[in-house]
Design a protein around this ligand. Sequence first.
Ligand code: PMP
Length: 391
Amino acid sequence: MDFDRLIADRASGIDASGIRRAFELGATLTDPVNLSIGQPDFPVPEAIKRAAIDAIEAERNGYTLSGGIPPLRRACNARLASDLGWPEEAPVIVTGGTSGALLLAALTLLGPDDEIVFADPYFPMYPVLAKLCGAKPVIVDTYPDFRLTAERVAPVITERTKAVLLNSPGNPTGVVATQRDCEELLALCREKNVLLISDEIYDEFTFPDARTATDASGQPACPSPGRVAGSHDHLLVVRGFGKTYGVTGWRMGYAAGPARIIDELTKLQQYTFVCAPSIAQWGCMASFETDMSNEVSEYARRRDRVCEVLGEVTTISRPGGAFYAFCEVPASLGMTGQAFMERCVQDGVILIPGGVFSERDTHVRLSYATDPAKLERGLEVVAGAMRGAAV
Ligand code: PMP
């Protein structure tokens, strides 16, 4: 069969080689220190597991409404009201993961030659979302502070811009936007009639110090532009359950924003995913009552340790959230992120090269969602390799 003739450019045009190479090399190791993992390492809280098991036993196994079960939508609304000060009746859709919400948003907004703006470094799904829709990803370089500011975005807005996509706390950098960043991005989007999409999948993993910290110019951190907006005007907030509660495989997320946009997402969900998984929706009903502050504090401690050890050998923009650090490969080594990743694999440590998240390959992403003893071993290897020590 001539598969080249069969497979559309939409699929064949996607290059997954960078991340695949890291996983393939990792698979050759016995007992690796895997610092490439993008999901939490704590057990799922009992109440959440129980709620999903109860749902199966109570025969809640069928389709749900496309937009999600009403009690979960109400719970999402209550969270947005308490966290962001939004009105209780903000339109909400429950989706198949945060990815599901982002895909539905891209399908809703982007046609051929439309543009969507986001930061470099970026979550690797973002450019793919644009390309799947025949749209153009407009990538804004944010090195070295990794902040998507209105000053950086304004010059690239055109007649074709449909959306600006902000991710705070960010993957792969862990950087949290400041209040001014959020205010100015929102004002810019309102002025240009563009939707601000805020991917807040790591919202709960905003570290206590980052919630109260101010940056060098005295600006407080602000994990969500929804908080400065106080409502969903020009703003689509996308959140997830997977990372926060350790249920990444359940594929659960939600989006809230203008009624017209949420209606379109819901219509497209009806004809694609149909609905988010029913038992996972019932399971997540127990999530908002679950206190994750111990887990978040544990990640903040690991973040401190990463910054302490690697801060001596390289530059890291101190993460205010998520569970990643994006570390520069010291220029003196003359190595790309890819070469540095391969160097660390020789010592049993798996990282992800920065080129997977960026047009540059000068950094590596390290995830500290891993057992602390293993993290220590990993940090020793990475710091040694950054010092240029021989294998
Ligand atoms: N956005 C970002 C920034 C992410 O890091 C991820 C997952 N790594 C997603 C979205 C997708 O998450 P989900 O599993 O909820 O689809």
